[in-house]
Design a protein around this ligand. Structure first.
Ligand code: FUL
Length: 487
């Protein structure tokens, strides 16, 4: 009898071990480690600073005298300190814009800071900024324009070699680079070493991008590469700083005529939403300038975006599964203008006021379905502040809801949801309701979530909040939920 009992216990025990509930399988495509790290950055700055700052232009022709570049009070530390203070995670600098002028003393051209009056030609903007970023704990990235209106060889294979040599300098001599930015504007008229003509290139073949990307991988394996076609980060398809309300990290760029795509040759409007069934993980970066222009123009000092506008853009970029790349152009001193700094600080204040207090603290969380009834996948995991723990349902369940009971009734107007994207982006639609447990009123609804979704709605007061995943490509995996009261 005793023996039979022992066997029975052993049997139950091993059956349980065998049937141990497994985490959901990844739903391809999934992000690489470098993409996952990039998703966490969310908000970083763009610095458009070069010859144009001194000639009052947006696109220099390429014939500008290097002597014109002469900031009177360039202070990389001051810029980096403010960037850090206002919540940016990094800065990307236009090391070379379309006019070909280099902010570092490249050994491959005379068209650079080494022939400027600034610091008697001994200065290096890239170096000063890279070091300032490091000092402040910010990441540093470089923009190197593929189009070069100064270079005599632009349009020939020699120029592509030149471009790669420059990239080699930037990715070797300035420490860790977090993002390499390849613009899509390519070809047209320019100085071209004195030829002063128009040169067109075949955007699909001229640059042989795969070779350039492998150089980046070799020199900076952790850097993400941005362009209209990735391979890590995609352009969102507008320069106004917003992603679509539906925004998939998946995206398979296509050429304008339905053929193969290339930087500067895509159906870019598709970047706004991405593709539900895309085969590549290519999340959206939303670039926008704090002013009408990308470069500093004194006559735009009164046109700096307000803190409220920046706050709205944050919801439309970071809050829609994208990142916010906010351009703040240094002025002729080489500093951020006071109006821009004031706007950045006001924006940061709004972020702090909104997200400082998460009302889910201390809440009790239940769900209509928990994967295998296993506490490792319980809905309570959504409020433990850890990205790596999550609420997941059984594989067969793609519609489920979770109820949060707050310690007391609270007034709120903002919800934050996050998927555990390491296992793929899944949610297709959801809604959020408030109520007393018996009666519910929907306060917000949306389609995709991805890394982060933020929604605002008119203020309500309640102690219960219900989140319902209405539709998902596979069992939903939600890592975090937050409830806030924005000012
Ligand atoms: C564009 C460029 O032509 C602009 O000058 C600016 O650099 C912007 C971020 O990208 O394509």
């Amino acid at each position: 009898m005793q023996l039979a009992r022992c066997f029975f216990i052993l049997f139950v025990f091993s059956a349980n071990v065998l049937a141990q509930i497994q985490p959901p399988l990844p739903l391809p495509p999934i992000p690489t480690a470098r993409q996952l790290a990039w998703h966490e950055l969310e908000y970083y700055g763009f610095l458009h600073f070069t010859m144009n700052t001194f000639t009052d232009k947006e696109w220099g022709f390429g014939d500008e005298s290097p002597a014109l570049f002469n900031p009177t009070d360039f202070d990389a530390n001051a810029i980096a300190r403010i960037a850090k203070e206002v919540g940016m995670k990094g800065l990307i600098l236009t090391a070379k814009h379309h006019d070909g002028f280099c902010l570092w003393p490249s050994q491959y051209t005379e068209h650079s800071v080494k022939n400027s009056l600034w610091k008697n030609g001994k200065g290096d903007v890239v170096k000063e900024l890279a070091e300032a970023c490091r000092r402040c704990g910010l990441k540093f990235g470089v923009y190197l324009s593929p189009w070069d209106r100064n270079h005599k060889d632009y349009g020939t294979p020699q120029y592509v070699e030149y471009y790669r040599n420059q990239l080699r300098e930037l990715l070797t001599n300035y420490g860790e680079i977090f993002e390499v930015w390849h613009d899509g504007a390519n070809g047209g008229d320019g100085f071209y070493g004195g030829a002063r003509e128009s040169r067109t290139i075949d955007r699909r073949t001229y640059y042989d991008w795969p070779t350039t990307w492998s150089l980046v991988r070799q020199l900076q394996p952790n850097a993400v590469i941005f362009s209209d076609v990735g391979p890590d980060i995609r352009w969102v398809g507008n320069e106004n700083g917003y992603a679509g309300e539906t925004c998939w990290a998946m995206y398979d760029p296509g050429g304008v005529n339905g053929d193969a795509p290339a930087p500067g040759y895509t159906r870019d409007k598709e970047g706004i939403e991405g593709h539900r069934d895309g085969k590549q993980w290519l999340p959206a970066e939303c670039d926008v300038s704090i002013r009408p222009g990308w470069f500093y123009h004194a006559n735009q000092d009164s046109l700096v975006k307000s803190p409220e506008k920046l706050f709205e853009l944050y919801f439309q970029s970071v809050g829609r599964n994208g990142s916010l790349l906010l351009n703040v152009p240094p002025d002729r001193r080489g500093r951020w203008h006071e109006n821009d700094v004031q706007a950045l600080r006001g924006f940061k204040h709004l972020l702090d006021q909104t997200f400082a207090r998460d009302l889910v603290a201390g809440a009790k969380v239940t769900a209509s379905n928990v994967r295998g009834n296993d506490s490792r996948f319980a809905a309570q995991n959504m409020i433990d502040d850890k990205q790596e723990t999550y609420w997941a349902t059984d594989d067969s369940v793609t519609r489920a809801s979770s109820v949060l009971t707050l310690p007391k009734a609270e007034t709120f107007n903002c919800v934050r949801l996050q998927e555990h994207i390491a296992l793929g982006q899944r949610v297709e639609s959801f809604e959020v309701a408030q109520g007393d447990g018996n009666h519910w009123t929907i306060v917000a609804s949306g389609t995709t979530i991805g890394h982060k979704r933020l929604l605002r709605f008119p203020s309500v007061t309640a102690d219960k909040v219900r989140v319902t995943i209405l539709q998902a490509k596979a069992c939903p995996i939600i890592s975090r939920i937050g409830i806030f009261n924005a000012p």
